[in-house]
Design a protein around this ligand. Sequence first.
Ligand code: GNR
Ligand code: NI
Length: 171
Amino acid sequence: MARLPILTAPDPRLKMKAHRVEKVDDEIKRLMEDMLETMYAAPGIGLAAPQVGVLKSVITVDISREGDPRQPLMIANPEILWVSDEDATFEEGCLSVPEHYAEVVRPKAVRVRYLDHENEIREMDADGMLATVIQHEMDHLDGVLFIDRLSSLRRNMILRKLVKAKKVVGA
Ligand code: GNR
Ligand code: NI
């Protein structure tokens, strides 16, 4: 496995749409494993392929607590089948928007169809934090960051700070 560099905003690649994979073959499985390693090292609880510069519809998620057994999810071509009427608000962060956090409102629960790491079609019901992270990762596949769901005032303030931080460290 390999750790991959994570892109940070404002990077034009984070605004692009990912393409569906034809199947989860050895190459996609290797990408999933590299993304998991990258996510755990960051550390993060989710990662989408566009964050590592790969415009493919692949995400990894693990919301298990530190010290508990890992519960890695490796997902390709996720599709939302159903969302709850009820919404939930979570404080979100993003590895591509380092050091900024904000409350985001999303459907509280979702049902998702996807291909797993063995190329099997699966469906999953998620709610709470898991539902939030899956929706956050699926946004990345559409070129959407959590700051795009904030007011433009808030978003632009964060983006200005990220641009300044990049100039300082030359990232
Ligand atoms: O590590 C992460 N934490 C997080 C917290 C609240 C809502 C979403 C997330 S996902 C984020 C990692 C990331 O940037 N995934 O794209
Ligand atoms: Ni993110």
